[in-house]
Design a protein around this ligand. Structure first.
Ligand SMILES: [Zn+2]
Length: 650
C-alpha cells in the first residue's frame, strides 16, 4: 500500500485556479473529439470515453474541489469555490449536450454487460432530464427557466441568511435562559437582543419561562424571509411546473421522483398519509400531556405552538431526569474514536492503519489507510478532521474526496474519503467530551465513509454513495441503531474520571427518552413532506400560505398561527430538496428493515457485516436500491420494522 494518497493538499490559490481551468479544458476538448471514430459511433466505447474524461478531470481536482471547505488560507478557499462553480457549470453543459445524449443512447443498446448498460442508462436519464433530446428552441427555453429558478433559489436563501431577525427581551425574560447563552447576547435598552434563527430557536424556546417572550420569538421565527420569500416560492413552483411539462412530465413532483427510488408521487403521498393517520392520535396525546403539565404549573391559557418546546423540555427534565453533562463524561473523544473505528473494523472485516505524520491540509488531521482482512489487500484512505478552525465547513459530515474506479490499464483507482466535523475542543489538558448525539452523528457519518470507500463499482458515476438520493441515508440511518444498543453503548463509553462504562440506570433513562415525542415529530415530518409534494403537484398557481394552513390543521396536533407564513423560511424547498423532503422518512423504512437482519444475526457479527458490505456497499449505484435490498434481506422489503420502531402496530 502506498504510504499516502499522493494528493497534494497544500496548493496555492494560483495553483488551484490554473490546474482547475486546464483540467476542465482537457475534459471538454476530449469529449468534443469523441464520436469522431467509427468505433465510438457503433459501440459502447463512446460513452465509456465520456465517463473516463469526466472521471480523469475529477481525479485531478480532488484537492481543488474540497479546499473551499477546508483550506487555512481564504484565498485558497475562494479559488476552490470558483473551481467548484466552473465544474458545476461544465456538468450542466454536459448533461444538456445532444451529442453526448446520442452517444449514451447508443451505449445502452451496445453495452456488453449489466454494469456498462447501467452507466449508459444513467447518462441517458441525465440527458433526458436536462432536455438534451429536445429541439434547440426548447433547450434554450429550458436553460433560461433553470437559470431563473436558480436566481430565485439564491435570492430566497440570501434573504433568509441576511434577514437578521431578532427580538428584544427584558432582564426578567433572560433569567430562565442558560447563562452561557445570555453571555452571547448584545444589550438592548434595559435588556438584550436575541437573534431569531435556526441556531437559537431550540435553546431559547426550551428554556424561556415567560410565555409572551416565547410568543414573540415564535412570531418572528415564522415570518422570517418575509412576503418576498412567499412570492419567490410561488414563482419557483410556477417555473418548475412549466419545466416539468417541457420535459415531458405531469408535474415537478413527477419529474423529481422519476429519478428516485420512490418513482411516483402517489407512492410517496400514500406513505406519508399512512404515517400521519396512524400517529396523529399519539401526537394529540403527547400534546395533551404537555397541556396538563402547563396547567399544573398554574398557566391556564390555551396551549399554543410556542408552548411546545418549553413544556417538552420540562417533561424530559422532570419525568426522565437525564443530565446531559453527566452523559458527556462518558464520551471522551480519545475513547470514542478508537471504539467506533473498532466496531466498524470488526463488523466489516477491514483494518484501519494510522498514517503518521499525516499528509493533510491542516494540522491535527488524522489519516488512515484501509485494508481488507480476507485478502490483506489495500482498499483506500480516509481522513478525520474533527475540530473547528476559522473558515472551515461548519457542520459534521462525510466528504467523499475521490471515487474509486477501474482505470484504463485495468488497475483500480483507490478511493479517498473523510469526516469533516466540529466537535467541541476539550479544556486544557483534557479530551473533548461528546454528547450522545455527537457520538450518534459520528457513527452515522462513518457509515457514509464506509459506503464511500468499500464500494467496488467500476465507474465513478455510480461509485459508493452515488445512489438514488432517497436511499443514500438508509445505510447510515440503519447504523444509528448501534448507538442505542446497551451492550454497544458500554463499549464506546468510558468515564473521563473513572474509566467506567455508562451505568445501566443511565442507559435505561436515555433509551426511555428516545421515543418521547415520536407522534409529534413524525406527524410534523409527514406534514412538511406532504406540503412539499402538494405544492409541487398542483399546477403552476399555488397559494403557498393557504396550503400550509390547510395541511397543518389536518395533519398535526397543533394548527398554524394566523399572521405567520412559515414556508418563507423553509429553506429545503428552495435549496435542492424540492419534491425530495420525504426522503428523510422514506429511507428510514429501508434502514429499519435492513436492521432486522443484524438483529437476527448479531450486531457485531462479521458474517452479516460482510454480506452487508457485498450486497449494499460494494455495488454503489450500479444496481437499483430495490434490488440491493431484496438481495440483502433475502425477501421483499417490508415497512413493519419502521412502523414498529415509531410505535405503530403494522
Ligand atoms: Zn447522513
Amino acid at each position: 500500500m502506498p504510504a499516502d494518497t499522493g494528493v497534494n493538499w497544500n496548493l496555492s490559490a494560483g495553483q488551484v485556479s490554473s490546474t482547475c481551468d486546464s483540467a476542465i479544458k482537457l475534459a471538454r476538448d476530449t469529449i468534443k473529439q469523441i464520436d469522431s471514430t467509427p468505433a465510438d459511433r457503433t459501440s459502447f466505447e463512446g460513452i465509456h470515453q465520456v465517463e473516463n474524461a469526466v472521471a480523469a478531470m475529477n481525479d485531478s481536482l480532488v484537492a481543488q474541489s474540497v479546499l473551499s471547505q477546508l483550506a487555512l488560507d481564504k484565498k485558497v478557499r475562494d479559488a476552490s469555490t470558483t473551481c467548484n462553480e466552473k465544474q458545476a457549470a461544465f456538468g450542466v453543459e454536459l448533461s444538456a449536450d445532444p451529442i453526448v445524449y446520442a452517444i449514451a443512447q447508443r451505449g445502452v443498446v451496445t453495452a456488453a454487460n449489466a454494469k456498462d448498460k447501467k452507466l449508459a442508462e444513467l447518462y441517458v436519464e441525465s440527458g433526458r432530464r436536462a432536455g438534451a433530446g429536445l429541439d434547440a428552441a426548447s433547450r434554450a427555453k429550458i436553460t433560461k427557466l433553470f437559470n431563473q429558478l436558480n436566481d430565485l433559489q439564491i435570492a430566497f436563501g440570501r434573504t433568509l441568511a441576511e434577514g437578521q431577525s431578532s427580538i428584544v427581551i427584558s432582564k426578567e425574560e433572560a433569567a430562565s435562559l442558560p447563562p452561557g447563552f445570555v453571555k452571547t447576547l448584545k444589550p438592548a435598552g434595559a435588556g438584550y437582543r436575541v437573534p431569531v434563527n435556526e441556531s437559537t430557536i431550540s435553546i431559547f424556546q426550551e428554556h424561556q419561562r415567560v410565555r409572551a417572550a416565547r410568543q414573540r420569538f415564535f412570531m418572528a421565527y415564522n415570518t422570517r424571509g418575509g412576503q418576498g420569500n412567499v412570492q419567490r416560492l410561488e414563482q419557483a413552483v410556477a417555473i418548475r411546473d412549466q419545466l416539468a411539462h417541457l420535459l415531458g412530465f405531469k408535474s415537478w413532483a413527477a419529474y423529481q421522483l422519476d429519478a428516485k427510488m420512490a418513482k411516483t408521487p402517489t407512492r410517496v403521498v400514500t406513505f406519508l398519509d399512512q404515517i400521519d393517520t396512524k400517529l396523529l392520535p399519539k401526537a394529540k396525546n403527547e400534546v395533551a400531556t404537555l397541556e396538563q403539565l402547563k396547567r399544573a404549573g398554574g398557566d391556564t391559557s390555551a396551549f399554543a405552538r410556542w408552548d411546545y418546546a418549553f413544556y417538552e423540555n420540562e417533561l424530559v427534565k422532570t419525568k426522565y431526569a437525564v443530565n446531559e453533562d453527566e452523559v458527556r463524561e462518558y464520551f471522551p473523544v480519545d475513547k470514542v474514536i478508537p471504539a467506533v473505528l473498532g466496531i466498524y473494523e470488526k463488523l466489516l472485516s477491514v483494518t484501519f492503519h494510522p498514517i503518521t505524520p499525516a499528509n493533510a491540509w491542516a494540522p491535527a488531521v488524522l489519516e488512515y489507510s484501509i485494508s481488507d482482512n480476507a485478502t490483506g489487500k489495500p482498499i483506500g484512505w480516509f481522513f478525520l478532521d474533527l475540530y473547528p478552525r476559522p473558515g472551515k465547513y461548519q457542520h459534521f459530515a462525510n466528504f467523499g474526496l475521490r471515487n474509486g474506479r477501474v482505470l484504463s490499464d485495468g488497475t483500480y483507482l483507490r478511493p479517498i474519503s473523510s469526516i469533516i466535523g466540529n466537535w467541541p475542543v476539550g479544556a486544557p489538558g483534557k479530551p473533548a467530551l461528546l454528547s450522545h448525539d455527537d457520538v450518534i452523528t459520528f457513527f452515522h457519518e462513518f457509515g457514509h465513509l464506509m459506503h464511500s470507500t468499500l464500494s467496488t463499482a467500476p465507474y465513478e458515476t455510480y461509485y459508493g454513495t452515488s445512489v438514488r438520493t432517497d436511499f443514500v441515508e438508509a445505510p447510515s440511518q440503519m447504523l444509528e441503531n448501534w448507538m442505542w444498543q446497551p451492550s454497544i453503548l458500554k463499549k464506546v463509553s468510558s468515564n473521563v474520571n473513572t474509566g467506567k462504562p455508562l451505568p445501566d440506570a443511565l442507559i435505561k433513562k436515555m433509551l426511555a427518552l428516545k421515543h418521547v415525542a415520536d407522534g409529534y415529530d413524525y406527524t410534523t415530518q409527514a406534514f412538511y413532506a406532504t406540503y412539499d409534494m402538494t405544492i409541487h403537484s398542483s399546477g403552476p398557481k399555488v397559494a403557498a400560505t393557504a396550503v400550509w394552513f390547510d395541511l397543518q390543521k389536518n395533519m398535526t396536533a397543533l394548527a398554524a398561527v394566523p399572521g405567520t407564513y412559515p414556508e418563507a423560511g423553509f429553506g429545503h424547498l428552495m435549496g435542492g430538496y424540492d419534491a425530495g423532503y420525504y426522503g428523510y422518512l422514506w429511507s428510514r423504512v429501508f434502514a429499519q428493515d435492513m436492521f432486522t437482519v443484524f438483529q437476527k444475526g448479531g450486531l457485531e457479527n462479521p458474517v452479516v457485516g460482510t454480506r452487508y458490505r457485498k450486497d449494499i456497499l460494494e455495488p454503489g449505484g450500479s444496481i437499483e436500491p430495490d434490488k440491493l435490498l431484496v438481495a440483502f434481506l433475502g425477501r421483499p422489503v417490508s415497512y413493519d420494522a419502521f412502523y414498529r420502531d415509531i410505535g405503530i402496530t403494522p
